[in-house]
Design a protein around this ligand. Structure first.
Ligand SMILES: Cc1ncc(COP(=O)(O)O)c(C=O)c1O
Length: 281
């Protein structure tokens, strides 16, 4: 059985509970972050905790732990789950209990859940996937809040259409990001990804660093009208890493197979995460 951290104590997963009066339950008010391990080492833990703090700042949730304290608790929770080959790590900070059921009072609870890493289908990476677009705008997109109603809804729409992810399109017809992924494409040899109004993905930032010496990169708005001109497309996320995309809505991308440049990005990322797991970077 997995061990979780819940508000000061380590408990077996089936004893991990919070109050039903918590704002996270009543209002979806809380923040979370998610990362995985490579060779049991949490990937970019400090960056994820920093993003958790930023998310909290953006939604007006006061955290009662420093970043260093959260990192230490995460490390300890991972150490208590060494029976996993690799782990998924979810760090969650709830809104806490509120006298009027809506106003935060700064008494949120920190939870750390470490579970076995979920393996994703191999064909995603060898054959490429279909994704769809949906006209949805996230509220405070720079925050990873526990209110992921639009993500849960949008992903159901994707699954109904045989796709694995939905990309949000805003009122200006800008393609922004997926429900839990960032969006990239190649056009005329350049790697392009939206600069703002997205969650700043940790995978995205690592990839932007890794590709610097290999491709010209453009951070700019991406319009839905450009779909037809995209030569290669991929999406990124902590658990999914780099997933090649071969179809968006009804538009086929490239020659229907993961492209050469995308495969290069996948390779660079894999080499980097392997080295990270070995403590070499
Ligand atoms: C809305 C959104 N965009 C992008 C991402 C990708 O971020 P990361 O690479 O840090 O996992 C996520 C992660 O869950 C997300 O929820």
């Amino acid at each position: 059985m997995d061990t979780y951290y819940v508000d000061g104590v380590f408990v077996p997963e089936d004893q991990a509970v919070i109050s039903v009066k918590d704002l996270a339950v009543l209002r979806g008010f809380g923040v979370f972050d998610f990362l995985i391990t490579y060779n049991k080492r949490p990937f970019y833990l400090e960056a994820h905790v920093k993003r958790l703090q930023n998310s909290a700042d953006k939604i007006g949730l006061k955290l009662n732990h420093t970043g260093a304290q959260i990192c230490e608790i995460v490390e300890e929770t991972v150490r208590r789950n060494t029976h996993h080959e690799e782990s998924n790590i979810r760090i969650l900070y709830t809104g806490g209990i509120s006298s009027d059921g809506v106003t935060p009072e700064g008494n949120g609870k920190l939870l750390v859940m470490v579970t076995p890493k979920l393996e994703l289908p191999g064909w995603w990476y060898t054959d490429g996937v279909k994704i769809i677009t949906l006209d949805i705008e996230r509220f405070i997109p720079g925050a990873k809040s526990t209110n992921y109603l639009s993500a849960v809804w949008a992903l159901q729409q994707a699954h109904q259409e045989g796709a694995i992810e939905s990309i949000y399109v805003d009122r200006h017809h800008r393609l922004l990001e997926g429900t839990t992924t960032n969006f990239f494409f190649f056009k005329e040899g350049k790697l392009i990804t939206p600069p703002s109004d997205i969650l700043p993905g940790i995978t995205r930032s690592v990839i932007l660093e890794l590709v610097k010496d290999h491709f010209e990169v453009q951070l700019r708005d991406v319009h839905k009208e450009e779909l037809e001109t995209m030569e290669e497309v991929f999406i990124t996320a902590s658990n999914k890493e780099v997933v090649p995309v071969i179809q968006i809505d009804q538009t086929g991308i490239g020659d229907g197979k993961p492209g050469e440049k995308t495969r290069k990005v996948m390779r660079l990322f894999q080499e980097y995460t392997t080295a990270y797991g070995q403590g070499k970077v």
